[in-house]
Design a protein around this ligand. Sequence first.
Ligand code: 9PG
Length: 526
Amino acid sequence: MTKLPFSDIQGKSRIIKAKEIQVELLSQPVRYYRHGWQSWSLAAWTDPGPIPVQKPAIFHPLQVDAEHVHKKYLNGSWLGAVEFTDGNILLLGALGTDAHVSLVQDPLPTTEMLSGQSDADEIEWFVAFGQENVVFEEYAEQLGSRLGRTKKNDAPRVWCSWYSLYYAIDEPRLHRIFKELGDLPFDVLQVDDGWQMDIGDWQANRKFPSGMKALAEKIKSTGRRAGLWLAPLIATRSSQLFREHSEWFLRRESGQFVSAGFNWGERLYALDTTRPDVTSWLVALMKQVRTWGFDYIKLDFLYGGALMGKRFKDMPREAAYRECLQTLREAMGADAFFLTCGTPIIPAIGICDAMRIGPDVAYHWEKYHDAYLLYNPTIPGTRNAIRTTVHRLWLKPLLHIDPDVAYFESKGNSLTQDQRILLQNLACICDFKATSDLPQWMTKDEHDELRSFLGTKRKVVRTGRYIFHVNDCVVDFTSAIELPEVPEGLTALWGRLLGWLGDRYVILRMYKVLNLGKFRKRRSTL
Ligand code: 9PG
């Protein structure tokens, strides 16, 4: 254990090799920067007290780091920081994979400490005190020189099928939309979830009778790159992959399958990516996608490759994940644009071109039951997306950061104009422009706004933690940042009941029915 007195880091940053490290704080911090594990997990400055464990627990593997979610003290993945009354911050950050930072009390004498722990051997730690932007910039710089930087050109401008159509995609509908997008300046048309046979079975389903090669060709005939979504590291129990190769899936020491959470109305399982047969299958899959003609590849639910379990190769879980990403990258080729989503953050640096850095946006700002009853800041919702994304902007020098899509259409959208404009400005701040809006649903003005958004670069200056000047307009994200109040009394009880029902799938199945209703309604307007 390496102990670092505060006086050792005043005025200079330090890089220290250790398996465990503790940095003593001189005074009580006023805020704590918690950094969630993967794209969707919360990253935010919060009060230094604990916040409730988000619910339902069945989602934990796909929303947080399930290994640390029940810890009573403040903690985060790879890094942690504290802010003092004078506005300066102290950051402790790992420069490698498989590390965790907590804010702990040393009982004798009572002092608080930032404590870093590596699950692997000794790693390098970055420690710095000072102005927030300077400290994070230096941390990113150090990460970049060890893990790599992948930002080359501007990020492509993307139209993505998910946020307007969800599962309501099929061949004729997509063909029509590709045509209706006309000459809007998109570089990529990306087909999201809904084309595949099952999660695990990555062949075209019945809705795409001409197959995926024909679909990619259709996109390319519009003069754009073809993009495709896959979730290659997980599978549902019903998939052919799981039924035929259950031995490929990650298990615990006890032999039980490791849960990768719950989605698509089903339990999810994760591949053991250290098995040679799994690696060959993944390589063949990536090559297949390239052969079809897609070269913008959005790989999602990637956390599945970094869950705790007993692997074929005995190695730390995040190092295994990084190795798998490297294999995927090599298989898809250096010329493919590789977007990671649902990805553990630090292990993906230097490998992918772009990374989703927050939860999904949605047509709503925040849902009462998600925010206040389940206390879930990870679930899709625009407020959740903005909050976490704004807290991860420091990653920008390393790779393209994806804040998820911006909306222009107001039809069927419960976001206010101001909230939509916040998303549009966030896209400009991230330098990553994507939307899912359908031309036929936009008014003439909305269509023009989208064209100008895609066609012009806005000037961005950051003037505060949450305040920016974008083309001389002040953009203030404060309204998205605050976390919901901690539920008490009856609300807390009601939340617990809802979480319990969720864990027993009752609510989740109801959700599926409700969502299907939503998709049907949407489809009928197409
Ligand atoms: C397709 C979508 C889109 C989207 C991805 C991902 O339960 N969850 O917490 C949860 C989070 C995100 C999510 C789905 C579920 O969305 O981020 O862009 O590709 O999958 O299914």
